[in-house]
Design a binder for this molecule. Structure first.
Ligand SMILES: Nc1ncnc2c1ncn2[C@@H]1O[C@H](COP(=O)(O)OP(=O)(O)OP(=O)(O)O)[C@@H](O)[C@H]1O
Ligand SMILES: [Mg+2]
Length: 177
């Protein structure tokens, strides 16, 4: 089967992990080989020691992109729900895939920051508001939204299932599912 990297970029609590897991389940049910490279797990191992400076965030994204491409070039659907705030970091990952001839899709989970801060799954928005942390993406750290993603998902106007279905439809359209 054809592999591909599907990168879900967006703010903290936008719904990246939730949508990726829903899509993963669906694809597995159809017999695809799937791996979810989630930001939090990656930071524990592959990117242990990296912080949240611009440089470290860039390095984190390049490492994940490298592994995703390896998986994707071996027939795996690599789903990557990782914030990836910088356009140039994402562009470098896309280029790497292009060079290798490996399919790459960028999905913007475009949930507005006020909805994200209400969801606040990890309590980060509250901590930032209380002055306990700083450098929160989309609040007091940059988030460069993709200008022309392969798909933009408005998670605040549709269900998780609808978002996963839209993503699945894109894969089908591109001959990847
Ligand atoms: N339509 C929707 N799509 C996705 N998530 C939704 C939706 N409606 C509500 N949610 C909820 O929003 C939360 C999104 O959290 P999730 O962990 O997926 O975000 P994330 O983008 O992975 O954040 P982080 O960058 O912090 O890992 C979940 O609790 C999910 O159940
Ligand atoms: Mg997540």
């Amino acid at each position: 089967m054809t592999g591909a990297t599907i990168w879900l970029t967006g703010l903290p609590s936008a719904g990246k992990t939730t949508i990726a897991r829903e899509l993963a389940e669906r694809l597995r049910g159809e017999g695809h080989r799937v791996e979810v490279l989630d930001g939090d797990e990656i930071r524990e191992f592959l990117s242990a020691g990296l912080g949240f400076s611009r440089e470290d965030r860039h390095t984190n994204v390049q490492r994940i992109g490298f592994v995703a491409e390896l998986l994707a070039s071996n027939g795996v659907k690599a789903l990557v729900p990782v914030i990836a705030p910088y356009a140039d970091s994402r562009e470098a990952v896309r280029k790497r895939h292009q060079q290798e001839g490996t399919p790459y899709l960028e999905v913007h989970v475009a949930t507005p920051v006020d909805v994200c801060s209400e969801r606040d799954v990890k309590g980060l928005y509250a901590k930032q508001a209380a002055g306990e942390i700083s450098g929160l993406t989309g609040v007091d750290d940059p988030y460069e939204a993709p200008e022309s993603p392969d798909l933009r998902i408005e998670s605040h106007t549709q269900t998780v299932q609808e978002s996963a279905a839209a993503l699945h439809a894109l894969l089908t359209e591109r001959g990847l599912a």
